[in-house]
Design a protein around this ligand. Structure first.
Ligand code: GRF
Length: 272
């Protein structure tokens, strides 16, 4: 990460699944100098993602991991040799928080094995391009503890970021703006967070809200939201580049007397 006065740029890896307007915003910010970083690769799980085309236009290396066929193939053949040798069932099952303890173990097991098969390919594809932060920009796949632990080698310093189209913890999942609109919320927003073992549950870096007007359609909310995202994501990556993000564990006692601990992000003041 960057210390004051150094010219080195933060190396950013990006994963996309779709249009890549956030990727474009990050690219623009690196090019106009407001984000002291460079994108070192753009990967996808969808060969038709327009984000890949955007990257190619700027000479950024791209790759695609065919999740669909990898998952299908594994489910059909259930060939244990496809599972990466360093995959550890107990470790993954202990860490995961996507499934409740009531979910049949075989189902959870099968889910995480197939993810590891695809994630091992993803890790291989990323390997030639060393990066400091991995930015999920509309990447629509769950990342399992297997993958996350291979990126977050220092548990104190998470380095996978995601942008989510709602004010988390409200409306996790795949359609944040749609869910916010349908609920009848008067305010919508987006969240940038570090990725942890749950779904959209990691420590929050920053959020921005905007009002939903009476006349707004769902499409209007999505449009307004994306415009807010394009400013928020480069800002958060810039904070990372400036080494201003610290994850700390806060202890609290709730009103019912129960103790809790939560990992939260502290944003350190600018050193300028
Ligand atoms: C954004 O709304 C982002 O919050 C969500 O997926 C969408 C990606 O859009 N995770 P784009 O591909 O960056 O245009």
């Amino acid at each position: 990460m960057l210390e004051k006065g150094t010219q080195e740029k933060l190396k950013i890896g990006v994963l996309v699944s779709g249009g890549g307007t956030n990727l474009q915003a990050i690219l623009d910010a690196t090019r106009n100098g407001s984000l002291p970083g460079e994108i070192v690769f753009v990967g996808s799980d969808n060969p038709d993602a327009y984000g890949l085309t955007r990257a190619t236009k700027y000479g950024i290396p791209t790759f695609n991991v065919d999740y669909d066929s990898l998952l299908k193939n594994f489910d059909k053949r259930l060939d244990a040799r496809m599972i990466p040798p360093d995959w550890n069932r107990e470790d993954v099952l202990k860490k995961q928080s996507l499934f409740s303890p009531e979910t049949p173990r075989e189902k959870v097991d099968a889910f995480f094995k197939s993810r590891a098969v695809a994630e091992a390919v993803l890790l291989d594809q990323m390997a030639p391009y060393p990066f400091e932060v991995l930015v999920l920009a509309g990447f629509m796949r769950i990342l399992s503890p297997y993958f996350i632990d291979r990126i977050n080698t220092d548990p104190e310093k998470p380095r996978i970021m995601n942008i989510h189209p709602s004010l988390l913890p409200a409306f996790p999942g795949t359609d944040g703006y749609g869910d916010t609109f349908r609920y009848g919320c008067k305010v919508a927003g987006c969240t940038v967070h570090f990725v942890d073992y749950g779904e959209d549950s990691g420590p929050i870096i920053a959020q921005r809200a905007f009002p939903i007007e009476e006349t707004d359609t769902e499409a209007d909310v999505r449009k307004k939201g994306l415009a807010v995202e394009w400013a928020l994501y480069p800002y958060c990556i810039t904070l990372f580049a400036q080494n201003r993000l610290r994850v700390v564990r806060k202890k609290h006692t709730r009103s019912d007397g129960k103790k809790m601990e939560k990992a939260v992000v502290q944003v350190l003041p600018s050193r300028k």
